[in-house]
Every structure is written in C-alpha cells, then in structure tokens.
Design a protein around this ligand. Sequence first.
Ligand code: NAD
Length: 500
Amino acid sequence: MNSIGHFVSNESWPGTTSRVSDIINPATGGVLGMVTLASKADVDAVVQTAADALPGWSATPPAKRAMVLFNFRDLLKKHMDELAALLSAEHGKTLPDAKGEIARGIEVVEFACGIPQLIKGEYSEAVARNVDCFSVRQPVGVVAGITPFNFPAMVPLWMYPVAIACGNTFILKPSEKTPSVVMRIAELLAEAGLPAGVFNVVNGDKEAVDALLDNPVVEAVSFVGSTAIGHYIYSRGTANGKRVQALCGAKNHMLIMPDADMDQVVDALIGSSYGSAGERCMAISVAVPVGKDTADRLVAALEPRIRALKVAPYTDPSSELGPVISQQSYDKIHDYIQQGIDKGAELIVDGRDIELPGHEGGYFVGGCLFDGVTTDMSIYTDEIFGPVLSVVRTESYDEAVKMINSHEYGNGTAIFTRDGDAARDFWARVRIGMVGINVPIPVPVAYHSFGGWKRSLFGDHSIHGMEGVRFYTRLKTMTTRWPSGIRTGAEFNFTGGKDV
Ligand code: NAD
C-alpha cells in the first residue's frame, strides 16, 4: 500500500511519528494509501531546514532563481499525464479537468520566471541636492502554504513558484486527502536544480498547521480553504506577528439579464456549476435570472442538460461529473438538499439516486437543480461545495445586484447580457473580487491576481501576479547622500593634480 511521508531537503523523509490518515479513492470508497501526519517536533525540524537554506537562496541572483523555474516548467509539461493521473485517482476529477488545473498552475511558474523584471526596484535621482532615494523588494524569509483538497496541484502552484522566485524558502502543508501529486511535483523541483531545503512538503492535519502558525521562524503564511479554517488561521497567524493571506469559501452568483443568449448561459452553467462536481471555489452555485420569462426559459433549458450529464469515475473518458471527495462531503450535500426541500424550494433535478455498478461505495452525486430558492434558505446562504445549483428569481436588475452585494461571500460573480451599459454598471457596483462579463468562471490569468472580498479573503493581498510578489517580499527604501569631492574642491582624479 502506498505510504506517503514528507519531502524535506530534496528527499523523502518518513518523519518520526506513527500517526497516519487513510487516502481514499472517492470513486470506490476504497483505501488507496496512507499519509503521515506530522507532529509539532517534525514541523519544527522542517522549518529549521528551510531556515538553514534561506541565506544561500535569498542571496542567489533572481536571474539564477528563474533558471530553476524555467527547468521546472519544462518538467511539469513533460510529466503532465503522470501528474494528472495521480491527481485524479485521489481527487476523482476527470483527466481533462486535472490537466486543466496543472496547465493553469504552469502559467504561474511562467509568470515567476520573469522575477528579475518583477522584483525590480525604483530609483529617484536628486530628491534633494546630492541626495538619491531608491527602493528594493527583499524576501520575507521562511514562508508556509496550507492548501485544500480541491485543486491539489494548482492551488499550491499559486504560491510557491512566486515565493521561491522572490528568494524565500517554502514549506507546503497540502490537504491530507490529496497529497500524492505534490510529492511528485516536489521531486520535479529538485530535478530542476532547486537547492535542498528551499522547497519542502510536510504532510499533516491541525497539529502540523498549528505548529507552522506558532513557529516564530515562519514569517508569512498563505492559506486557501474553507472560511471557518481560514479565519482561524488568519487570527492565530497574525496574533503571532505573521503576514497572512487566507483565501476562503464562496457562493458565486450568475446574473442573467433578459437579453442574454440563453444557449450560452446554459452552456456556461453546465460547465461552471457541475464541472469538477461543483467542488470549485469559483463554481457558480446561484443563478439569478431577471424577470419571470427569463427564469422560465432558463429552467426549461437547463433541466434536460443536467439530466444528460454523464456521471462516472475519471477512468471513463466520457465522464463529465465525477464523485465528491469524501463520505463526509457526500452526507453534507445530501443534508443540504433535504433542507432545501424542507424549506419549500422545488427540486427540479434530483441527483441523489445515482447508482454506478462497480462503484457502489463511491461518493457520486448527480447534478441537482433547485428552483424557487429564497435568500433565507441554507441552500442559498451556505457554501454546499457540490453539484447543486439554486435558481433565485428576481424582478429587477437592481434587486439582483443588491442581493449579490448582501451575501457574506465575495469571491466571484458573472453577468450574462448583450447590454454593455448593464455590464459596466455591474462590474463597477458589485462588491465581489472577480467579475465575469459573459464569462462564467473569471479566474484571472497568472499575471493578474486572484482573490475575493468580504469573508472570501482575510488579509490584504490576493494571490499570484504582482500581489503575490508584494506578499512574498518586504519593501526597503534607502536615502543616500554622497559628499561630492568635486564640489569641495578636493582632488579625486588620476592625474595627481597635473593638467593633462
Ligand atoms: P479545509 O478548510 O477543510 O482545509 C484546508 C486546509 O486546512 C487543509 O490543508 C487542511 O488540512 C487544513 N485544516 C483543516 N482543518 C483544520 C483545522 N481544524 N485546523 C487547522 N488546519 C486545518 O478546506 P477543503 O475542504 O480542503 O477545501 C474546500 C474549501 O476551500 C472550500 O471552502 C473552497 O471554497 C475553498 N477554496 C477556496 C479557494 C479560494 O481561492 N478562495 C480556492 C480553492 C478552495
């Protein structure tokens, strides 16, 4: 059976504890392997390794750091199929979806390859007579990343390529549900020429996370995961004097105007609400049609498309909807569906009765569609993180915008319309971090930054792009005066005072 430890100093390390957690195949419910759960002492040892590697790496010229990332990028591309298979086996998402997330992660590596340009300082000549002023960005030091199960490759790649490009050393604590792909990627980083100790992986649960948050050597923490845990990590990390960015949960609305192209809307919702079984922080989980006619047309067009979704494990190339991650998630989603019914929402498509021969123990939930949802229902207020779409009917555009702005989450949103005026008003007024105009999942490209508002992000910085460079560096500003020998009349030339 596959047994996963940690990756430290460019080699695997079993750690010193016997605490483990099962890695489950969500398509069968069977055990794929075990992952070691680090103790505080193990985490502290890994932090020391990262601290020891810091002076050498932070003094390495940015262009040389970038050379390692160029190699790393090539290795990720070369091993794409192998990485996607590792990822899908533990997560359950389809292979094209797995390759898609690795490709988006590679974009961040490509961005980080430009670090000599990105980290360039600023210089002001003659801020006063003979006085110049300049600023540089220096690495923050040892930094940690704590990541969720749903993008086991991409979310860590949002963090460490930028962090190590900036000259930091890094400790990644991936989700204990999906640890394997990161372990293989760590080997590729070593193969790319990264010095030992610069990038380390420590597997574990709350004990490992708390050890990272409490270790004074760790200067900064990037977290991606649920809001409850993110808020805890932000509070504990900042109380310990660390810089923390915590990207958290979501409830993303799509506003559908009466003039929208309904075919495009339905295509967009099928992909964004049911892709990856709805386990995306940018999934659309609320459709907000404006006007009764728009809502009726939407529900009529969506229903047959959801019923036709192919629910199957990733090993079936025709699969469109794989399992959710765990028995706990499966139960939670069923519980929310029942709450929606009990509160009077109309379950138009019920995905609860899926049966797949040979996969009876798997956590498959078919696509679900609720109509007549109201804002006081838990299926509206809470992040379900499954293939469940709620339709909330509104009478006007203003009512729809007000509703979206009132939700506690502010990660992503989209509007579908042919009206440029409405689209412009929407992106200008909506209190959400990422906005799509006729784009259902507006995940920014790597050279822009990703992050929500409200309870979808704690901290001052979004992730990757220039926000990533700012988060992983500290600004230092120098003011210099050089007394001028020429002005004082002293001799500083080569001629010893003779005329030439
Ligand atoms: P999670 O919060 O359960 O776990 C995230 C990380 O925190 C994991 O590494 C986990 O081991 C650790 N953790 C869990 N419980 C902990 C505890 N009590 N104390 C300390 N650490 C703990 O999240 P998840 O279920 O793995 O991922 C799904 C969530 O992530 C969803 O809410 C989703 O919206 C969110 N997410 C957000 C973004 C974003 O960019 N905003 C991106 C992806 C996922």
